[in-house]
Structure formats: C-alpha cells, structure tokens
Design a binder for this molecule. Structure first.
Ligand code: DGL
Length: 289
C-alpha cells in the first residue's frame, strides 16, 4: 500500500496550489494529478453536474490503484466529499474542512469571511464545516465568480480586478471579519491583491498547507507513508496540454514540464512508471503515456 500513488484532481490547474503543498511536505510520495480542463471551470456549473464529474474522475483515478484521493478543488469538495467518503474504501480528503480548521485556529473574534465560486458558496459547505468545529463562529460568505477568469488570464493585479474585489469584500469588512478564507484553489494567486484589499488586520487563509497536513496525518495513522524517495509526479489533463503546461507553471512552479492528455475512458489507463525517480528529478512520465 505504501508505494501506491496519491490521486489528486481539480477542475483544472488551480488544484496545483494544493499539490505544491503536498509535494513540499511529502516529497517521497508518488502523486498523480488530473486536471479536468476540458470541463472546468466547475464553479459556474450546477452542483449535481459537478458531483457526477467528480465521481467519474475518482473512479478513473482508482484505476491507477491510488491509496488516497485528494479533491484539490473547493467546488468538487462541496459537491462530492461526503458521499465519496461514504462510498469508497480508501481515504478521500477535501479542501474545505482543512480551510475551516485553519481559519478557526487563527481567528481572534471568530468572524470569518469566505470567498469562493458560486458552486462552493451556494452549497453552504464552509458554513457547515465551521459550525461543526465551533458553533460560536459567525460566517460571512460571498461568491466571487470573476476571480477564476482573471487568474487564468494571468491578471492578478490592477485597478479593474481591485475594484471588483472591493465590491465583494467591502460588505464583509463592514461586518467585521478578522479572517478571510480563500475558498477557491485559484485565489492564493490573488493573495497580494486580496491582502491589499482587506488590509493588514485581516488574516488570509489558504487551505493548501492544512490539506497537506491532513494527508500526512491520515497516511501516517494508517502506516501508508512511502519510505523511499523521491516520489514521482505525473500530470494529466482532459484538456489542452500546452495551456496546462503554461498555467501549470504559474500554479505549481517550473516542475510542470510535461503534461499528458487523457480521456476519462475507464478501459484506457495509461501505464505509469512509478519507480523511484533519479535524485533531483521530478520524474514526470508524460512522454510514455
Ligand atoms: N478549483 C475550483 C475551486 O476551488 C476553482 C475553479 C473552478 O471554478 O472550477 O472551486
């Protein structure tokens, strides 16, 4: 079990912000990352449709014998996490509970703001996750549907996006939030702008590090942490390979040199070579897929 890969997915490349934290914390683990770029973004979609897509992807990842699935997408976590944890017999980790936990740890007045996609905010998942952990907390949430498009265009600063951000955040600031959860995998790329928008007294929370810590805790508890390293990292997309490489570098870093296209055809799982990569190599196997 230890040497099996971790499967991770997102509607596209935003989840690579979570992958970054997982591979920094657990460099020995093999990780297969699948971005559903052909059907992303999920944020504007109906939650039942997102649930269906997410289940298809989890089923596909199981074909690689993964030992755990990380739903590195807030919208997909909101849609499918609870039923996936019930229906699959390997651990399934989402990004919402870790974000909620991190916010409660840092918030002084328990006045927590959450921003995310329409799918995530409409689901009420953050409110439920926070209430389960601390019923005294007050949550102010708001969908910021424009942000994903801005990030994907590489537009992460400037007057236009700042004006939109202030339109969303001012009402929350007036409500007295002291902590703001970036409840979308794209938003950590807007951290500089958001920090400027909310000012120095509001703490920004990204769930990536906390999710990585949960992944480690679960694998450790099960005795499933990989002992030899380094791990290999495989990047798959249902969409356009070139766009995935360009944006992948923005989200994860220069390690994304090779991305392979896959269709979610259950009978067509590419052969993955997960032998230990040579020292210093990220071991992307794209060419062989
Ligand atoms: N990954 C999505 C999320 O965290 C953002 C992009 C999308 O809308 O699919 O909600």
């Amino acid at each position: 079990m230890k040497d099996r890969p971790i499967g991770m997915f997102d509607s596209g490349l935003g989840g690579l912000t979570v992958m970054r934290s997982v591979i920094d914390r657990l460099p020995r683990e093999h990780v297969i990352y699948l971005g559903d770029d052909a059907r992303g973004p999920y944020g504007p979609r109906d939650i039942d449709e997102v649930r269906r897509f997410a289940r298809e992807i989890i089923d596909y990842l199981l074909g690689f014998d993964v030992k755990m699935v990380v739903i590195a997408c807030n919208s997909a976590t909101a849609a499918v996490l609870e039923e996936a944890q019930r229906d699959y017999n390997i651990p399934v980790v989402g990004v919402i509970a870790p974000g909620a936990r991190a916010a409660l740890r840092r918030s002084r007045r328990l006045n927590i703001g959450v921003i995310g996609t329409r799918c995530t905010i409409g689901s009420g998942s953050y409110e439920r996750a926070i209430a389960r952990l601390d019923s005294r907390a007050r949550v102010f949430s708001r969908a910021c549907p424009e942000f994903v498009e801005f990030v994907e265009r590489g537009e992460v600063s400037g007057d236009h996006i700042m004006e939109i951000a202030m339109g969303h955040l001012e009402p929350m600031l007036e409500s007295g939030i002291d902590t703001l959860i970036m409840g979308c995998t794209h938003y950590p790329l807007l951290e500089g702008l958001l920090h400027q928008a909310v000012g120095p007294d509001v703490i920004l929370i990204s769930s990536a590090d906390e999710t990585a810590s949960e992944v480690e805790d679960i694998l450790d508890r099960l005795g499933w942490l990989r002992e030899d390293g380094p791990g290999r990292h495989v990047f798959l997309t249902t969409g356009d390979v070139e766009k995935s490489v360009t944006l992948g570098r923005l989200f994860l870093g220069p390690e994304v040199s090779d991305v392979s296209h896959v269709s979610l055809d259950f009978d067509l799982h590419p052969e993955l070579d997960l032998e230990p990569a040579p020292e210093g190599s990220m071991g992307v196997e794209g060419d062989e897929l």
